[in-house]
Design a protein around this ligand. Structure first.
Ligand SMILES: O=C(CO)[C@H](O)[C@H](O)COP(=O)(O)O
Ligand SMILES: [Co+2]
Length: 221
């Protein structure tokens, strides 16, 4: 049996109670924390930097999945690795030299993922897939939580899932944005391995959400 992983995107939590929210996410059985890093340039919003990520790392046993929505990710990646990131995700649209950046992240024993925006085709990842640990499909336009899921993201997940099978690769497929209890099953059927949930988790009773998530995502092989 494979258990699909649930990553808690803290963008939608109550930041005045950050420590409590993180502990709750851990207690109810989330598999990792997903941290959205926004610089006000690559996306029209600003969030947290390496110092806060370091404090979060000290406050939790959960692994930190750091999603860099920034210009110049090669400048920032090492700072977030030093702050305790388990994974670094960089956007295909944000770097001219992805292959070099991926090598540098992996060289620091950190999981390296590449994300694509809703308007970017996964075909553009063809020559990087064999080198990376995962792809993050953005199923909303990055920058904000609580947006509606963009349906054609499912086709991208299917494409990557087939590519993985045909080329005998092992990268994980993540989905981020607009995930809820009504669309999770279709994401799993399309081939997603790691589901990122923000508002669907933090704006309701977390324990009930996780219980339903685990029921919906139990895949038998
Ligand atoms: O990267 C992100 C936004 O850029 C967030 O991780 C994502 O939006 C999660 O929030 P929600 O589940 O509410 O859509
Ligand atoms: Co994100």
């Amino acid at each position: 049996m494979i258990q699909i992983k649930l990553l808690a995107s803290i963008l939608s939590c109550n930041f005045l109670k950050l420590e409590e929210e993180i502990k709750d996410a851990e207690l109810v059985g989330c598999d990792m924390l997903h941290l959205d890093i926004m610089d006000g340039h690559f996306v029209p919003n600003i969030t947290i930097g390496p110092d806060i990520v370091r404090q979060i790392h000290k406050a939790t046993k959960l692994k930190l999945d750091v999603h860099l929505m920034v210009e110049n990710p090669s400048f920032w990646s090492e700072k977030f690795i030093n702050a305790g990131a388990y994974s670094i995700t960089v956007h295909q649209e944000a770097d001219y030299h992805l292959n070099r950046l991926i090598n540098s992240i992996k060289g620091k024993n950190t999981r390296a993922l590449v994300s694509i925006n809703p308007a970017t085709s996964p075909i553009l990842l063809e020559y990087i897939l064999e080198y990376i640990d995962g792809v993050l499909i953005m199923s909303v336009n990055p920058g904000f939580g609580g947006q509606a899921f963009i349906e054609n993201s499912l086709k991208k997940i299917e494409y990557l899932s087939k590519f993985k099978y045909l080329h005998n690769l092992e990268f994980v497929i993540q989905v981020d944005g607009g995930v809820n209890l009504d669309n999770i099953k279709s994401l799993i059927d399309a081939g997603a391995d790691e589901i990122i949930a923000g508002s669907a988790l933090f704006k309701v009773n977390k324990s009930e959400f996780v219980k339903k998530f685990k029921e919906l995502t139990r895949v038998t092989i």
